[in-house]
Design a protein around this ligand. Structure first.
Ligand code: IMP
Length: 449
């Protein structure tokens, strides 16, 4: 039995709460892409855990795997594990030996490339999280990456560093024309890198943390264990299916669950694939957002209200998120790309008590009506949303509604959810009405079917 959780918008849909909820019924939770650019907030009994690398399920004691499709910053990994241990948890995290390692120079390069793009006024900076994600995936594809397995073998590690680091240094000094005589120099020092990362390899080995991910998951699956694939980020920042170039460098969509963990597509496809939807939109970073609430002072005030109520500030970077109305063309694209069997709609409580409520059902572009997202940024940017105005609902007691079930939701909220489900032809499995895991109305538990 498997369950794949996918972000259906631009990341930050509240995947962590659902992974945590359903992951508790699973034996293994696997991340299959991305790295510490992700930000999962899990609230358990009033305690808040902000995780960027450790799979959310770890808060509930489920084995968490970082699959081969992930890029792993071991400094972040150990900081998070140590913090969780200090707070009395004992996370069991394993890392695929085929996963790539984010090295300090990748982070430096991420920053430099963004600065250069920002300086040339072409407006093509991506607004990355600065975690070195893109440069690490570039090196993976360029066959000069360092994998977790290399950290376990000091000689192999040195050989790889001696090949890669001078190229990186030349890129900074000769192509970008920057001096590396400041505090960034250490990130390009082979000896210092070797010392630190060989020691990290020793710790990974001592704690028995590395796995052959494909083999490990195959055995667990054969033994009848339930596996959750935890997607990070969202469909519209997928490097293939998202709003290129304002994307992350991996594939958050469901197909990557197979590639990024070494499990067959038939195994992933045999289980549920649940798209996580935020009841409105948020975006951190650059790129179009046709339904963005930024047209006039009233819209900006509404965006501020939703931002405050929904806590819409980046988990990783603290940046305020841009806010927009729910966009159904985006959801149609997501449902098709990943083959959603169900959706979970979060933050329904945040929309309570508004004066008006709009949903974008399609776009107008050059005299045409579109029901899905165009393939280029230029065309998407020029799309005019077609709105349907729906009834609003009053504030409600989230815990009481979560306990009483779906019918206890205000009628207008149920109509909103049913409208959404109908438009994308996908049933609602769960409704988030508050940040705590308990504040979820569950209609279908994928593991009970
Ligand atoms: P990167 O993944 O750091 O390279 O950033 C590329 C783009 O993806 C930027 O627009 C980021 O803001 C966005 N992004 C990356 N991770 C997340 C996430 O977990 N949530 C929302 N946006 C993200």
């Amino acid at each position: 039995m498997t369950l794949t959780i996918v972000g259906s918008q631009l990341g930050d849909e509240g995947k962590g709460a659902l992974v945590d909820r359903w992951g508790g019924d699973a034996d293994v939770v696997v991340r299959y892409q991305g790295g510490d650019n992700a930000g999962h907030t899990v609230v358990e009994g009033g305690a808040e855990y902000k995780l960027s690398l450790v799979p959310s399920g770890a808060v509930r004691g489920t084995v968490g795997i970082l699959g081969n499709g992930c890029v792993v910053n071991p400094r972040t990994l150990f900081t998070e594990i140590d913090d969780l241990r200090e707070r009395g948890l004992d996370p069991d995290v394993r890392v695929a030996r085929r996963a790539h390692v984010i090295m300090p120079y990748h982070r430096v390069l991420d920053g430099i490339e963004e600065e250069i793009k920002a300086d040339d006024d072409a407006g093509d900076e991506v607004g990355t999280t600065g975690r070195g994600i893109g440069p690490t995936y570039e090196d993976k594809a360029g066959r000069r990456g360092i994998r977790v397995a290399d950290l376990l073998d000091p000689d192999a590690l040195r050989e790889k560093l001696e090949y890669a680091v001078p190229q990186k240094r030349a890129l900074v000094e000769d192509v970008y024309g920057l001096d590396l005589d400041d505090d960034r120099a250490e990130a390009f020092d082979v000896d210092a890198l070797h010392e630190e990362f060989a020691a990290i390899g020793e710790r990974l080995a001592d704690e028995g943390m590395t796995v052959n991910c494909s083999d490990y998951l195959h055995r667990r699956h054969e033994a009848g264990d339930a596996i959750v694939f935890e997607g990070a980020q969202g469909t519209h920042i997928d490097v293939d299916h998202g709003n290129y170039p304002f994307v992350t460098s991996s594939n958050p969509t469901a197909g990557a669950a197979a590639v990024g963990s070494g499990v067959g597509v038939t195994t992933v496809g045999d289980g549920d694939v649940v798209g996580i939807v935020k009841a409105y939109l948020s975006r951190v970073g650059e790129g179009p957002l046709p339904t963005e609430l930024d047209g006039d002072a009233d819209e900006e005030a509404l965006a501020d209200e939703i931002r405050e109520r929904g806590g819409e500030f980046g988990t990783v970077t603290g940046r305020p998120r841009r806010i927009g109305w729910l966009d159904l063309p985006m959801l149609r694209h997501s449902a098709r790309v990943s083959g959603f069997t169900g959706v979970a709609v979060n933050h329904v409580d945040v929309l309570a008590g508004l004066d008006e409520l709009k949903v974008c059902t399609g776009y107008e572009l050059d005299g045409e009506t579109l029901d899905t997202v165009p393939t280029t940024t230029d065309r998407w940017e020029r799309c005019e949303p077609i709105y349907e105005t729906l009834d609003t609902w009053e504030e409600f007691d989230s815990s009481a509604v979560a306990e009483a079930g779906y019918d206890a939701l205000p009628e207008a909220a149920r109509e909103y959810l049913e409208f959404l489900a109908d438009e994308i032809d996908t049933p609602v499995y769960a409704v988030g009405v508050g940040p705590d895991r308990e504040e979820t109305v569950e209609l279908t538990n994928p593991f009970d079917e």
